[in-house]
Design a protein. Sequence first.
Length: 390
Amino acid sequence: MRTRSPPADFVWYGTWRSSYLRLAPQQVSHVSCANLFSDVLYRPFQCAFTPLEPYTTRIPIQNRIARLSNLTQDKFSADWVDTPFILTEPVKTWPIFQDWTAESLLHSFGDVVFRAEAVDWPLKSYISYMQNNSDESPLYLFDRAFTTKMNLDIDANSPTASYKPPSCFGDDLFALLGSQRPDSRWLIMGPARSGSTFHKDPNATSAWNAVITGSKYWLMFPSSPNLPPPPGVIISPDGSEITSPLSIAEYLLSFHAFARATPGCREGVCHAGEVLYVPSGWFHLVLNLEPGIAVTQNFVPAKRLPDVMQFLRDTPDQVSGFRAEVTDPYGLFVERLKEKEPEALEKALVILEKRDKSKSRAKWEELTKDATESGAFSFGFGGDEDEEVP
C-alpha cells in the first residue's frame, strides 16, 4: 500500500474534513438531521458510537484464555506452544513498562515520524489524533522500525535492555537469519476502539503482544484444513486473503454472538503489564478497550519450526517481510539451520516428509475414489492385456 506523509504544518482538528479545510471547532456548521433516515449513513455512526463493553465482558468460562503468572521454557514447549495464554508478570520488570506513557513518548519523540497504517505522521500529530477522533475504524500506529527511531537497546543479554522477550519462549530460530530475517518487531499505539480485524501472523510464526499502557480484548480461533474460519470471515481458496467486515465494531455487532458460541473460540483481556501469546496459525481479532501502547514480536519456537519451513517452501507467494535481496527465504533458512541448528533441522525435515507422504496418500485416495465412483478407473501393469476394472 502506498503511504503519504502529511504536510509539515499539518494539524489535527478532530475530523478529517475539518483537518483538510483547517476549520476550528467554532467554524464548523452543524446541520440538523432530525428528519433524515438512511441506513447507509447510520451504520458507520452506529459502529463509531455503540458501546462495545457488552461484547468484551462476561466471557464464558469455556472461552477464557488461560492466565498464568509465568512459565518455564520446558513447560511452554511441552504443554502451551499450541495454546494462547496470558502471562501476568514478566512485562512488569521491563524499563519501558516503568517509563512509557503517551505523554513521555510525546516529550521525547514528538517530532519523530512513525507509520500509522497508510500514513507517516510525527508522533505529536498521531497523539493529537488519538486523543480526539470519532472514526469508525481509528488509525492504528504500527511501526516496524521503532527500535532504531527510539534508540532502544534490544539485546536480550544486555543488562540495560529496554525490554526482553519472556524467557519461556526460548530461542527464536528466525534470529539465525541475522540482518536477513523478516520484519519481526512493532510498536503499537491506538485510541479506544482501534485494533486489528481477523488475521494470522505472517510466515506461520508465533507471536507475543505485551501491553505497556491500556488494555486489549482478544478474540481467537485455531485453524487447520479441517476447520472452518471464524464466523463472518471468508478465506480465499489458496488461503492468501482473509476478508471480514470493514471495522471491528461492525464485526462485533454482526457476528460476535455466533463467534462466542463457536467451538474453539478463545477470549480474554490483556491488561497493562501483561503479555499474550499467539500460537502459529491462530486467527485473532484485537480491540483496544482504552488508549494504549504495546510492543509485539513474531518468533519461531523450535516446536513450530516445521510449520514455518512448510509455509516458506509451499507458499512462497505469501511469504512477507523479507528484504528484496532475499530471493529464496526457504533456502536461506535451511542453510542457516544446517550451520547452526542441524538437529532441529533434521527433526523438522522428518516431520515434513511425513506430512508430504500423508498429503500424497490423501490425494491418491481422493483421485481413485472419484474415478471408481464414475466407473472409469483403470488399473494395470503396462501390458497389452490390461483391462478396465469397473
